[in-house]
Design a binder for this molecule. Structure first.
Ligand code: SF4
Length: 305
């Protein structure tokens, strides 16, 4: 049995802000401070993402994009700053810079009201391709933007229907850094059809883009996504359904975790070698040796029966 879909709320300003008093936010901010050097509180300025990356779940907000008004968001920032005094904010939108006119208006309000605070957020490279957008983010206090880069292989990006090119990711990364904004990158191994050549392209891409930080994950099909439907006949769940999460869905034919651990070692050591090449050649040589060792392990991985 499936519940019918609920109508979406068109006017997000009509909703109250999250009732943060229901949790021990002081402790949350303190734990953030202890682990990251800055206490953080998050908020969202919009619901939904209209893009259609095949593996991404839209189960909660659908494919719509609904924004709160800049004024309501600025009011919430003012409240957070006054009530919890975090050292930074986290704008947890799917694509924070999706609507440029909205961004400029919001930035103007924050400035006018003395609400400029350091923050992190997430966006897509193709919504960061303007110096004006990046300059605005920097003025608003953005010190790190996370970009879903996923792969350095255009073939894989196209298979994902990301709607972004490798060159756009590289341009956005370099441009953000030029504006004094750190870049964090999300990468995904093991999308269906990925080959060693695609992994190699990702290693080269990250070396060239040179983000300040990057995280990798291994692809898994989430129910009700286009990706899941595409690979459904190969999805395996080898544990009790009730205790499983999306991440436990394996794809028959996908390489095991150890393979991607080697791909990770290849990537991390190759990027470190590239970063150290000029400043510390002996350390760079050692990193390169480790990268080559991991690359050899990936290349020598036995083909699954
Ligand atoms: S991955 Fe990001 S850009 Fe793509 S559909 Fe999901 S939220 Fe939107």
């Amino acid at each position: 049995m499936t519940n019918p879909e609920r109508a979406q709320i068109p006017d997000l300003d009509s909703l109250p802000w999250p009732d943060r008093e229901q949790i021990d936010l002081a402790r949350y901010v303190e734990v953030w401070h202890r682990h990251h050097g800055m206490g953080s509180v998050n908020l969202i300025t919009a619901r939904g993402c209209p893009y259609r990356c095949r593996w991404c779940s839209h189960a909660v907000f659908g494919y719509t994009h609904r924004r709160r008004s800049p004024r309501d968001c600025a009011d919430e920032v003012a409240h957070i700053v006054e009530a919890y005094r975090p050292e930074q904010l986290w704008y947890a939108d799917d694509v924070f810079t999706i609507h440029h006119r909205w961004l400029y208006e919001f930035a103007g309000l924050l400035k006018q009201r003395g609400l400029v605070r350091p923050f992190e957020t997430i966006s897509r490279a193709d919504r960061l391709l303007k110096d004006e957008v990046l300059a605005t983010l920097a003025e608003m206090g953005c010190y790190r933007v996370w970009i879903g880069s996923e792969s350095g292989s255009q073939r894989i990006l196209d298979a994902m229907e990301r709607g972004v090119t490798v060159e756009q990711v590289q341009w956005a990364t370099h441009a953000a850094k030029r504006h004094g904004i750190e870049v964090g990158m999300f990468l995904m191994w093991g999308y269906d059809g990925e080959t060693v050549a695609d992994i190699e392209a990702t290693v080269e891409h990250v070396k060239k883009a040179n983000p300040d930080i990057f995280f990798t994950t291994v692809a898994y099909p989430i129910k009700n996504t286009a990706y899941y439907r595409e690979v459904a006949d190969r999805v395996v769940l080898d544990q009790d359904w009730a205790g499983a999460t999306d991440r436990d869905h394996k794809l028959r034919g996908q390489r095991p975790r150890d393979y991607y651990t080697q791909a990770d070692q290849w990537l991390r050591n190759a990027v470190a070698a590239s970063q150290m090449a000029a400043s510390d050649p002996p350390a760079a040589a050692e990193k390169l040796r480790l990268a080559q060792q991991a690359r050899d392990a990936v290349l020598a991985w036995p083909v699954e029966a």
